[in-house]
Design a protein around this ligand. Structure first.
Ligand code: GTP
Ligand code: MG
Length: 216
């Protein structure tokens, strides 16, 4: 099961496949808000706890192994990384630092949090935020804080389960049901949850379609 509820039609799936099979290029890294690129086209951001699989999922979407840098150690992504999709670019993907990384120095964590929160709350060009949730853990308290912030700022987001290859089908069904239940209660959340595994390609075609749909 790679998606939940209403499916995407074949035309959208195919258009999304083509778009992501085309040119995708790293644009720039922004260590602070003053380095953001001009907000000249739609953006879709990847948010979530440290190590949840944001950079891996971005790579899976674009079918490239190492466009965004990944790591077994939490705290790999430390800046907002912008990727142009299409040539000329038609929209951007934004890989973000993770939150809830307890081992990083406090001032660094604070800097990331401000960067991520300020970007998410204030970016006109941001069309949709993908909030990634580890299938093994479900929504945690630290996720709820971010979701509450997004709800309050009326920033439209979609919950995406990651690393589905790491859990048994019955556990996956359970975490999906719980996540769906919680999404229903959250005003800015898309009701449909996508289940993905960057390792296996599960749910990737649907996620591509969801991204294309959101920049519509
Ligand atoms: N089994 C499995 N492992 C995954 C999957 N996605 C990511 N991983 C692994 O999880 C680890 C973290 O992945 P990243 O993509 O770097 O995670 P991130 O959310 O970008 O992490 P930060 O940038 O540190 O916040 C890496 O070792 C990945 O190989 C998946 O779908 N399945
Ligand atoms: Mg990362």
């Amino acid at each position: 099961m790679s998606e939940d509820g209403a499916g995407f039609d074949d035309e959208l799936i195919e258009a999304a496949r083509k778009r992501f099979a085309g040119p995708v290029e790293f644009l720039k890294s922004a260590p602070a808000l003053e380095y953001l690129p001009p907000a000249e086209m739609p953006e879709v951001a990847f948010a979530g706890r440290s190590n949840v699989g944001k950079s891996s999922l971005l790579n899976a979407l674009v079918g490239r192994k190492a466009l965004a840098r990944t790591s077994v150690t939490p705290g790999r992504t430390q800046e907002l990384n912008f990727f142009d999709v299409g040539a000329p670019a038609v929209f951007r993907l934004v890989d973000m630092p993770g939150y809830g990384f307890a081992k990083a120095p406090k001032d660094i964590v604070k800097k990331w949090r401000f960067l991520v929160n300020d970007y998410l709350r204030g970016r006109q060009a941001l069309k949709r935020t993908l909030v990634l949730i580890d299938s093994r853990h479900g929504i945690k308290e630290v996720d709820r804080e971010v979701l509450a912030m997004l709800d309050k700022a009326a920033v439209s987001y979609r919950l995406v389960l990651t690393k589905a290859d790491k859990v048994k089908a019955t556990d996956l069904a359970e975490v999906l049901a719980r996540t769906r239940e919680e999404a229903r209660k959250r005003p800015a959340a898309h009701p449909q949850i996508l289940t993905t595994a960057s390792e296996t390609g599960m749910g990737i075609a649907e996620l591509r379609a969801a991204v294309i749909e959101s920049i519509g």
